[in-house]
Design a protein around this ligand. Structure first.
Ligand SMILES: Nc1ncnc2c1ncn2[C@@H]1O[C@H](COP(=O)(O)OP(=O)(O)O)[C@@H](O)[C@H]1O
Ligand SMILES: C[C@@](O)(CCOP(=O)(O)O)CC(=O)O
Ligand SMILES: [Mg+2]
Length: 318
């Protein structure tokens, strides 16, 4: 059996803008997804956290049919197909996913699923991929499932681990600094793929205005990078509020989250913002007990958001 552990991630700064070539900063947290790959006579997927709405059962073939099923399976199926079509290798396995959170909460669950499956399945196929290679393949797969939309941020962060700065357009740089964050999430209806399409349509409506917004986000990211290196938590917090405001301008925030963020500012919490794809999902604040209380008032689930250095880990258990 192969067991893969993949950390979830928070986006500190620059989500959405990174998709259009701007810089971003993300970090892995102590919440981890586990994927076990067990050789099997059939290809089977098992997951502890798939809430599938509107299930239909085809009694002729005893098959489960649902719109959600396609969405849920897409990242795994594309990974299996990648190795079949591009590498010419295939082996049946039971793929078991154990996630500490529901799918699609802005914590990089899609990247974790892809990175974990690429890491574990390639091992089963006898390939010994470096973490960077896992990140590269996973990025390609995640982007293709999302209809060609998406950045390298989530897959590279979850594969390589730590606080990661992504310069404009390409590359990455690990930031060896400490950061303390409080985080939680609320359920969201739209997936990141769907939110990305909506953001793209805003761009098509007024490209000039859109470019102004995302380039300002890019400037915030560069200032935030400096603030992290200088351990200036006040500056960092202030930049989180500004980044949130621009994400609101892109239409990816929600009223309860906007209220929380502005209440947090009034209370003197150093910084808060939405994190990830938006439309609900994750909220991060500078570490503060009051932020936990605020998150609970909107029904958010608090997560273990200690920033860790690990990326994906693969263990073979015989
Ligand atoms: N526990 C899981 N088991 C199987 N697939 C999952 C799981 N969690 C997430 N996924 C996949 O990731 C998709 C969600 O991606 P996305 O909306 O980008 O969420 P996130 O913002 O957390 O990355 C789901 O539709 C599903 O395909
Ligand atoms: C919105 C985006 O910048 C981050 C999405 O993060 P998540 O899937 O919501 O965890 C998309 C991307 O970078 O590919
Ligand atoms: Mg995702």
């Amino acid at each position: 059996m192969i067991e893969v552990k993949i950390p979830l991630k928070i986006t500190l700064f620059g989500e959405h803008a990174v998709v259009y070539g701007e810089p971003a900063i993300a970090a892995t947290i102590s919440e981890k997804m586990k994927i076990r790959i067990i050789p099997n006579d059939k290809m089977i997927l098992k997951s502890n956290s798939l809430s599938i709405k509107g299930i239909k059962v085809n009694l002729d073939e005893m098959k489960l049919e649902s719109e959600e099923t396609g969405k849920i399976l897409s990242y795994i199926l594309s990974t299996i197909n990648y190795f079949k079509d591009e590498i010419g290798k295939q082996k049946n396995a039971l793929i078991e996913i154990e996630s500490p959170v529901e799918p699609s909460v802005g914590l990089g669950t899609s990247a974790a699923v892809v990175v974990g499956t690429v890491a574990g399945y390639s091992k089963l196929l006898g390939l010994d991929l470096e973490k960077e290679e896992i990140a590269k393949i996973s990025y390609k797969i995640e982007k293709s499932v999302q209809g060609g939309l998406g950045s390298r941020m989530d897959t590279y962060t979850t594969a390589l681990g730590g606080i990661m700065y992504f310069p404009p357009k390409e590359g990455y740089e690990k930031i060896n600094k400490k950061l303390n964050i409080t985080a939680g999430y609320i359920r969201r209806i739209a997936t990141t793929a769907e939110t990305l399409k909506r953001v793209k349509s805003i761009r098509e409506k007024d490209e000039d205005l859109f470019n102004q917004i995302i380039s300002t986000i890019g400037k915030i990211v560069e200032k935030a990078k400096k603030a992290i290196y200088q351990e200036n938590e006040e500056e960092l917090g202030e930049l989180m509020y500004i980044n949130h405001g621009l994400l609101m301008a892109l239409g990816v925030t929600l009223p309860p989250i906007d209220n929380l963020v502005s209440t947090a500012k009034t209370l003197g919490i150093l910084g808060c913002k939405i994190s990830g794809g938006g439309g609900g999902g994750s909220i991060i604040c500078t570490k503060d007990e009051r932020a936990k209380i605020l998150l609970s008032t909107i029904g958010a689930k608090i997560i273990d958001s200690d920033i860790i250095d690990d990326g994906v880990t693969i263990t073979e258990i015989n």
